[in-house]
Design a binder for this molecule. Structure first.
Ligand code: FNR
Length: 216
């Protein structure tokens, strides 16, 4: 163990045995996954379910839902933030990162999903607590040929506006989703499973990195 400590940072074999070197890795990351579909047989929710079972060992993906989030109404807001919104805001604030699993409607973000994020951004004084520098990533599934590419692109200005730290190191566009999942919603396409595994590994590594201003 002593030998491992002396060469810490350069050693690959000893690091596996050295508790000092392992301490950083052993902290489990807690990520949140939110599907932007309410549909029972949603491909995107099925993709989220698949992701929960394919996380790297040092991270867990907790499923949160947009169900129960009311339509945004400024008059409702003046009476107080709805409980379902506050609960989701606190869950995100307490998480290490957020994975959005987005469908595509009319080449953009589905209204129900955007509505949820809009609520989560209220009041604006709370945006920094909930979203500030939070590592976000996007994936999505569509029965069409383009796998939510335009919806994912449409999210980018939203994530920028909210001050998140989006991960651009990987991309997962699940096209022809009807063939990728079986009738029970299990992700059966081995190539997509491997893409998802690699995406999650890359994203988790990014979450674990501290942004430059925090590592000084
Ligand atoms: C769609 N769909 C769709 N798909 C796509 O790839 N590009 C698009 O622009 C649209 N537009 C669109 C608009 C509306 C109003 C609906 C209801 C649907 C099809 C969509 O990808 C499909 O319904 C997915 O199955 C939705 O995702 P979930 O519910 O399966 O997760």
């Amino acid at each position: 163990m002593k030998r491992g400590c002396r060469v810490r940072g350069r050693c690959t074999i000893i690091r596996i045995l050295c508790p000092a070197s392992q301490s950083k890795r052993s902290v489990m990351l807690k990520l949140i996954g939110i599907s932007g579909s309410l549909r029972r047989g949603s491909f995107n929710t099925a993709l989220l379910r698949a992701a929960t079972g394919m996380m790297p060992d040092d991270a867990e993906l907790e499923v949160q839902s947009i169900r129960g989030i009311p339509l945004y109404d400024g008059d409702v807001e003046t009476q107080g933030i709805p409980a379902a919104v506050s609960v989701l805001k606190d869950a995100i604030a307490g998480a290490d990162g957020v994975l959005l699993i987005t469908p595509e409607y009319n080449n953009s973000i589905p209204g129900v999903f955007k509505n949820t994020i809009d609520w989560l951004s209220r009041p604006s004084a709370d945006i920094k607590r909930v979203f500030g520098a939070k590592p976000f990533a996007l994936i999505g599934a569509s029965p069409g040929n383009f796998g939510t590419i335009l919806s994912q692109a449409a999210w980018l200005p939203v994530l920028r506006t909210l001050g998140t730290r989006p991960w651009f190191g990987g991309r997962l566009l699940v096209s022809r989703a009807g063939q990728a999942f079986d009738e029970t919603g299990t992700l059966k396409d081995e190539a997509v499973r491997e893409q998802l595994r690699q995406f999650l590994a890359g994203y988790v590594a990014f979450v674990r990195e501290r942004p430059p201003h925090e590592s000084k």
